[in-house]
Design a protein around this ligand. Structure first.
Ligand SMILES: C[S@@+](CC[C@H](N)C(=O)[O-])C[C@H]1O[C@@H](n2cnc3c(N)ncnc32)[C@H](O)[C@@H]1O
Length: 193
């Protein structure tokens, strides 16, 4: 199979992740988003939805430098990470009462397993986003931020519509570390109303 630009870009971030000790190349997506948006700051309480294998949580931990708190949630088992309270559960069953504090930043890199059938994948993504939005409503402080992954198309429209009701400003972000052929896109809701 011919190796295209996207393959080489994926390889580049895989080896960078190895070099810097990150558990995933996804870590660079958050690094790039935060470089522009400056959402990860000391003393914040941050929740990382779909955290395994832990790249994003590592980036958050580097930013918080032992201040604030990090809770990571994933349906998969994740080896322990310093400064991260890990809860293994399906997001559908996550009980927000388990959290010890209100949250300043909700991060989500969750996506459903891809079937390749757009209508099915969009529906599954929207179902996950609905759960995330209910977590945002119940836990995020006023003025807090929410970064979510979705797919270009119906789920993006759904997310933007919902964030407009909840946040002062919204940005659509495609970080360089996200493969250009991938439909994934991130949306950032800044400053919860
Ligand atoms: C792209 S990976 C996250 C990578 C992570 N940000 C990192 O940097 O290591 C997406 C994660 O979402 C998790 N996930 C998918 N559906 C989930 C659900 N319903 N509940 C909890 N976690 C889920 C998957 O198990 C997977 O680990």
């Amino acid at each position: 199979m011919a190796k295209n630009e996207s393959y080489y870009s994926g390889e580049k971030y895989n080896s960078l992740a190895k070099k810097h000790g990150y558990r995933s190349r996804a870590a660079f997506k958050l690094i790039q988003i935060d470089k522009e948006e400056n959402i990860l700051k000391k003393n914040l309480n941050i929740i990382d939805l779909g955290c395994a294998p832990g790249g994003w949580s590592q980036v958050v931990s580097e930013k918080l430098k032992g201040t604030g708190s990090i809770v990571g949630i994933d349906i998969l088992k994740m080896p322990k990470l310093k400064d991260v309270e890990y809860i293994q559960c399906d997001l559908k069953n996550f009980d927000v009462n388990k959290l010890k504090t209100r949250i300043d930043v909700v991060l989500s890199d969750i996506a459903p397993n891809i079937s390749g059938i757009t209508i099915v994948d969009d529906r599954n993504m929207i179902d996950l986003l609905e759960i995330e939005l209910s977590i945002v409503d119940k836990t995020l402080v006023n003025g807090g931020d929410y970064l979510a992954k979705c797919f270009q198309g119906d789920s993006l429209e759904h997310l933007v519509l919902n964030l407009k009701e909840r946040f002062k400003s919204i940005k659509r972000i495609k970080p360089l570390a996200s493969r250009s052929i991938s439909k994934e896109i991130y949306v950032l809701g800044l400053n919860k109303i």
